[in-house]
Design a binder for this molecule. Structure first.
Ligand code: FMN
Length: 202
């Protein structure tokens, strides 16, 4: 009787373990967050349609949950949807490159990430916020792209004047511009990952 009980228990445990491991396998195979991270691409053509504020707020909120050194939350996000301001920022950004094209690729909105230089990890913190914004945009069906030169723009006299006019005081460095909107292009295929990207030391 005891032998029979132990056999049944062992069988049940085996089935349970194999179910859990099958569930783990399938979770690994189709994890939605990981799929999102892998399928996000930089979008460089947008429709003029402004995403609803609630959608932008969702993306921005995800940005604010990025990890920061010592949890200091050194970055800030400035969400620009005003067309005149968006165009001025585009002009300032293009001027850094000595160009007059639109470096924002027609995107209707731009989420500027700046970070407070007084925190030693500000650059890492701000970059992680940018990453969260880009990935969150993709997760809600919006296109996005990191547009650089925020540092140069907000170190310039015009940039400093803008920060002042927005009521932002402190030693803020521009980390990046996350342009955002509805894509007007298919997401490009990613480049193959380089073979020596990863080193396992086992
Ligand atoms: C720090 C940084 C700066 C970037 N600056 C620009 C930029 O100014 N303009 C642009 O079109 N893309 C810019 N990108 C986007 C990259 O070109 C893009 O991420 C890269 O080509 C890989 O493509 P993917 O994002 O589709 O995977 C930047 C990306 C990073 C991380």
């Amino acid at each position: 009787m005891m032998r029979y009980f132990m056999l049944t228990a062992a069988l049940a445990l085996g089935i349970l373990t194999s179910c859990t491991s099958a569930q783990n396998d399938s979770a690994m195979a189709q994890n939605e967050t990981i799929e999102n991270l892998k399928t996000r691409r930089s979008i460089r053509a947008y429709t003029e349609q402004m995403p609803p504020k609630e959608l932008l707020e969702q993306v921005i909120e995800a940005g604010t949950y990025a990890p920061t050194g010592k949890g200091n939350q050194s970055p800030i996000i400035v969400a620009v949807t005003d067309k005149t301001m968006r165009d001025s920022l585009s002009r300032l950004n293009a001027a850094v490159m000595g160009m007059d094209s639109d470096p924002f690729y027609g995107a209707p909105a731009v989420l500027i990430v700046l970070a407070d230089r007084k925190y030693p990890t500000y650059l890492y913190d701000g970059s992680l916020v940018m990453g969260n914004l880009l990935n969150a945009a993709h997760a809600v069906g919006l296109g996005s792209c990191w547009i650089h030169r925020a540092k140069e723009v907000f170190d310039s006299e015009e940039g400093k004047a803008l920060l002042k006019s927005w009521g932002i005081e402190g030693d803020y460095e521009g980390i990046g511009n996350c342009i955002i909107g509805y894509p007007a292009q298919e997401a490009p295929a990613p480049k193959p990952r380089k073979p020596d990207y990863v080193h396992f030391i086992e």
